[in-house]
Ligand binder design. Sequence first.
Ligand code: ATP
Length: 351
Amino acid sequence: ITQLYGPLNLFGTSYRSLQKNFIDMEKMLDLFQEPVEIQDLPEAKSLTMTGGEVVFENVSFGYNPQNPNLKSVSFKVPHGKKLALVGPSGGGKSTILRLLFRFYDPTQGRILIDGQDIRMVTQSSLRRKIGIVPQDTALFNESIGYNIGYGKIGQDQAQVFDPSRSTIQRRRIQSGESSGAESSRRVLLSGKPTKPAGRGRKSKNASLQSSPETADITEGDEDADVEGDGGEYEDDEDWEDDGRIQAAAEAAQIHEIISRFPEAALDTQTERDIQNSIESISKDRTTLMIAHRLSTIVDADEILVIQKGEIAEQGSHEELMQAGGIYAAMWMQQLREDRTPAGSSHSSQKD
Ligand code: ATP
């Protein structure tokens, strides 16, 4: 997260199996599955983002309390560092991100952002400071908002770039069809959200990802505006047309790149440009990413192998390779798949 962008996560490219079936808007949207209703505490304050440090402290959680899906998970992502979550399907990677967004509360333990228990802050302030970015094969939709914001996810339509066809497809998110494109999800937390130069109404401009150099206006009139309106997501309706997405996209230069192609095919250079843009927006931002294509996360500061709700392994790429455990086996498996002829992997199962 951190300015995840949600995610934006650092939500790679022509890969097979692991990523192949993973795509996808559904997977990404899956992050935003209908949560139980979480209430702000009456005394909840706005999250004050100072560095974007994320801490999970003995976090346990079960969608069904009898059956924990996360068991005492602890980790820390220092400001500006990149954490990658890998592991078998169903291990709990998305659940970790959902808890970070506070779509659910842990049954035990706590989650801190810059020292603040996320249960103690308003959900609107928390989510405003978390971006999500689908990575890998850029999943750019008509509003860009799916990639830059999270507010509209689950509605409308998205366009998904499918590298196997080199076209942008329009598809309905809820259809359940898989496009075959791959993606990872990244969540980015911006250390110092600021009001980027650009258009849009003032109160809407404190974007998810903005320049870390500028002053932190988190506690300024931006929050006051939104919350003064009477609570959560008063600004959701305006998400698409407000300045935040535009500003954030522009900051990342994605907007310019996207505006070069209407519904046309993406060439290799464009795809590369998009990926570079996404790379640049995760710079200096705490980033949590779910990676199915391991080669995209070799440079992560830390990699957690999440399996059956627990951290099975933890370390850098080199350390985990050295250890010769689950991660190393996943890596070898991916290498083998990469060597298989193109096309043969399309039917293979993810993870
Ligand atoms: P993938 O790589 O497939 O995205 P993941 O590691 O992200 O998997 P999660 O989506 O976090 O795994 O799921 C962890 C566990 O929680 C799985 O057993 C899954 O079936 C279960 N789970 C996820 N969402 C729900 C839900 N809404 N209700 C009940 N169980 C759920």
